[in-house]
Design a protein around this ligand. Structure first.
Ligand SMILES: *Cc1c(COP(=O)(O)O)cnc(C)c1O
Length: 357
């Protein structure tokens, strides 16, 4: 097989170990003689996967007992609606840091009063707004911790006087998180913890059941708590791979260990972007994401963009094209992306510089 370096934004690179274990389970799941995708989810073998996966979440993120861990259908986009349906009674505020934040806000607007407390739309979401005040009369305050498209990230757990809800689709499990500061954390699995097909949610149980409107059964988080994420048939394949991905993460030392590695990878790549006269980063330095690294050709070198793309591709760099709304390049260096791949991209940028000097 061709040696490639995978920088795809999502569905993203996964640990080879998790993929190998999944291939085995597709042939013979836990000695049943059946593939994991063709057994009843009501078997004890499957239930043990669900239990193991939940306990790995709890252990890796140190999730307190009064929080539930849910595996949900519909991806992060459906979670936008779960949030509004389950928490919005009168008024909620959103931090508008990108397209995903805007989409989350849109779902709430249909159900109550919801507004953007601050926005970085004025500069193509290249920074995280600061200096805003969170009013005490909100049902909740919503943030997107990592803005996948623009490469900005809120890397500390902020203090909020009202329930704090976070979309952590693209930086979950990349660092330790103080879960007790949040009412709910959610995201799609396919950015950092598994394949597409399942969303995760960590929810403080006592904050549910406080809205007066009707919540359709499948949108009521209590349905999925009561059903242990198996109210209806769960996406067994996606959950299986997620469980193996978390086992790998635990094996390498958990979120503390991966945080260090992630920081090293990000420093390596941003270091080269800042050093190399051909390239320039697009996100404000203090808000740079360690998961999605966005850059463009420096002023005067813009016409080299397509050439660099082809040059990098020929050297095995996959998925570095920037999102269509930003242009340029985006290297997603999620948990499973090895530092060797980041080094290969850096070498490629240096080689290109030599060629053009
Ligand atoms: C990818 C992404 C989403 C959308 O995820 P889906 O599972 O495709 O709905 C939402 N929020 C963020 C931050 C993302 O990166």
């Amino acid at each position: 097989m061709k040696k490639v370096h995978n920088f795809t934004a999502g569905p993203c690179i996964l640990p080879q170990e998790a993929i190998d274990k999944t291939i085995e389970a597709l042939k013979d799941f836990k000695g049943t003689g059946l593939p994991v995708i063709s057994i009843s989810h009501r078997t004890k073998e499957w239930e043990s996967v669900m239990d193991e996966c939940r306990s790995l979440w709890r252990e890796l993120l140190n999730i307190p007992d009064d929080y539930e861990i849910l595996f949900l259908p519909g991806g992060a986009s459906m979670c936008f609606l779960y949030v509004a349906m389950n928490f919005l009674e009168k008024k909620a505020a959103y931090l508008e840091t990108g397209v995903w934040a805007k989409k989350a806000l849109k779902e709430a607007r249909g159900l109550g009063e919801a507004y953007a407390i601050a926005s970085s739309a004025d500069k193509t979401f290249s920074y995280i707004p600061k200096g805003y005040e969170i009013p005490a009369d909100l049902d909740y305050f919503h943030i997107t911790t990592n803005n996948t498209i623009y490469g900005t990230e809120i890397r500390e757990d902020i203090d909020s006087p009202v329930p704090l809800i976070a979309d952590m689709s693209s930086d979950i499990m990349s660092r330790p998180v103080d879960v007790s500061k949040y009412a709910m954390i959610y995201g799609g699995a396919q950015k950092n913890v598994g394949p597409a097909g399942v969303a995760f949610a960590i929810v403080r149980r006592d904050l549910l059941g406080k809205v007066s409107h009707y919540i359709p059964t499948m949108l009521d988080l209590r349905t999925h708590i009561d059903g242990k994420s198996m109210f209806n048939t769960p996406p067994v394949f996606a959950i299986y791979v997620m469980n193996e991905t978390l086992k790998w993460l635990k094996g390498i030392g958990g979120v503390e260990a991966i945080n260090k590695i992630n920081q090293e990878k990000a420093d390596l790549l941003y270091g080269e972007i800042d050093r190399n006269p051909l390239f320039v980063g697009t996100a404000a330095k203090e808000d740079r994401s360690i998961m999605n690294v966005c850059f463009v050709m420096a002023p005067g070198y813009e016409e080299l963009q397509d050439e660099f793309m082809a040059f990098a591709k020929a050297r095995g760099m996959m998925g570095i094209k920037g999102h269509r709304s930003v242009g340029g390049f985006r290297a997603s260096i999620y948990n499973a992306c090895p530092i060797e791949s980041v080094q290969a991209l850096v070498d490629c940028m240096r080689e290109f510089e030599q060629l053009k000097k």
